[in-house]
Design a protein around this ligand. Sequence first.
Ligand code: GDP
Length: 539
Amino acid sequence: MESTLTAPAQTGDPALARDVKKRRTFAIISHPDAGKTTLTEKLLLFGGAIQMAGTVKARKSGRYATSDWMEVERERGISVASSVMQFSHGGCVFNLLDTPGHKDFSEDTYRVLTAVDAAIMVVDAAKGVEEQTIKLLEVCRLRDTPIITFINKMDREVREPLELLDEIESILKIHCAPVTWPIGMGKRFQGVYHLLNNEILRFKAGEENANQQFESLQGLGEAALKERFPLEADTLLSEIELVRGAGDSFDLDAFLKGRQSPVFFGSGINNFGVREVLRALSDWAPPPQPREAVERVVDPTEPKFTGFVFKIQANMDPQHRDRIAFFRVCSGRYSPNMKVRHRRTGKEMKIANAVVFMANERTRMEDAVAGDIIGIHNHGQLHIGDTLTEGEALQFKGIPYFAPELFSRPRLRDPLRAKQLNKGLLELGEEGAVQVFEPFADNTLLIGAVGQLQFEVVAHRLKTEYGVDASFENAGIYTARWVTCPDAQHLAEFTKANTLKLARDVDGNLVYLADTRVNLMLAQERWPKVAFHDTREHG
Ligand code: GDP
């Protein structure tokens, strides 16, 4: 039923409510090498997407060497498809959003994390909490995203489980509630004890298939345990006693608030412990949640379609320059050829050919509800952070741009290609590959990035997609701040006095470029009524 109300309209459509309730939209976060790719592949096995195995690996193989990465990235088909993977299992529809592994792409990662409702954190049991995990968890905490912890590689000689939990709690500041507990490790890894089910799951190496059953021992008493596991039983019993007595027991509410994480031990490569993580996702992780727009909160079961773009990726075919906008549906239902309103431009748009990402192929999207991700082809109309709605003027919040830490200026080898250079840079800027600024003082574009590798990627893409040979030189800028001021007159004075230090970003926002930290501090002192922001949200 159509509603003309602009206030939150609860759906009268039970099918929509039912479909939304089944969705689980999540990401896997980890430090490189902890086992994210392996876990992704195993999860996909459960969804029957067996042909996927290998695709995920193929993509990540270039992570360390730029040249390899380019090779793989050139095969855009793979990388676009594996950015989002949808699979069904046990009555739930899972949308798994890939987060780029390389730290240089952390901006992209941050934005992907704004589009999920839960995350699985993979920790390498030998290494414990690592740098990237800390950063990623900080981002999850901004939105209190519920986290499920998977402690991986128990088939190796690793650290003591109690020590690992201690480290997670003290460094990541999140309470741990072990759900499974390991029995031994490495060559003597026997399996896990499930604290909630009072069940032991026996480890078996080399399991590749999702249907195999690990042996389960139900409700073993002390004597039986000692007989079965003579070397491990004493340690297990005392650890369980300790965990039960001193640790947190699982509390769904605390998990949903992002304060407590259920912890599972296993071995991704052996597919051991993966099923339990998947079950936690379906049983405990939240379905799509209400989402905050500037104007109001939008409920996922509202009948009218809404959503936002969190990532843009250039398409496979550089000749046509079309791009795919990754769009998270926040309410209503997508249907082919629907007309939507593009809030930033105020224009109407038809979404004719959205795609859904299933396994390693793209298929035409016929139906999508809150939590689902659709890919929308466009020629640059859609930017990161854009909101589309079925009419109502809404702008979703919380898709951040971060102040870049590295700046460079492009130098053309062939001066006649200046026009193509600018076009390429602006388009790559809109795509979010780098941040592009237009200084007031001259007409050379300035490029900002969070990581050095972004410049190399941009140089490569300029060459292959725009036929422009450019190098990048350090621009001698310390940082950028987005500036705002409610008093237009005052802002005009500020602009006049600082022309040489000002620029606009791809969306036309005013940016102050500071060459040193001291310069930034002085500007802030001198213009107390002007706000200097180190992140900006779209809209
Ligand atoms: P990512 O960088 O986080 O995506 O990690 P990968 O999934 O690529 O795993 C990194 C390395 O650890 C690979 O060589 C995997 O084969 C290995 N690995 C992953 N899971 C396990 C596990 O459970 N046990 C062992 N021994 N190795 C694992």
